[in-house]
Design a protein around this ligand. Sequence first.
Ligand SMILES: [Cu+2]
Length: 229
Amino acid sequence: MATWNLLLTQDSSSPLMEQLIFFHDHTLMILIMITIMVVYLMTSLFFNKLIFRFLLEGQTIEFIWTVLPAMTLIFIALPSLRLLYLLDETNNPLITIKTIGHQWYWSYEYNDFKNIEFDSYMTPSNEMKIFSFRLLDVDNRLVIPFNSQIRMLVTAADVIHSWTIPSMSVKIDATPGRLNQVNFFINRTGLFFGQCSEICGANHSFMPIVLESINAEYFIKWIYKMAEI
Ligand SMILES: [Cu+2]
């Protein structure tokens, strides 16, 4: 089932995204069952001769078609609520990073360490290397250690932006005058890409997000290097 999901989303890079994919598959199974039943009922009704004129009520079938949808909704609602609360949970984060959306770039601040802050601009097409991703790469990536709980504080300086990493199931509005919080946990190393997801002006499409997930040891080295500058 996850194969269907991959047509629309990327491979998961966090335990919560894994749960979201499970939930998607679960709901899709229920939808398929409902669709099959409705198609069957419509075709059988189409070929019905409708000769049973004196049918006035059917307590049994009425009971079934009242209770069955209610049960189906419960089977969707309960796992959905579970996920909703799991996504909001803060589990003793190892580091806190603040990101600020600007027209049109992101800036990052690591205040747990010596005040490290930098801007992250998209690499323009004429400065691309052979291995760069067009419209997705940035000059300064957000570097985080993998296998650790991270807390992001998200805000904006001018208009509303939205900080997004789809493979990690993170999408949170960056609103001026408001500090939003999101937690994530990346379970592997690599580069993870996202784009601003709130129409924020002329260059909305050109303020991508790149997250570089690395070993904690290299992360410490990176922190030292950044602190020296
Ligand atoms: Cu934006």
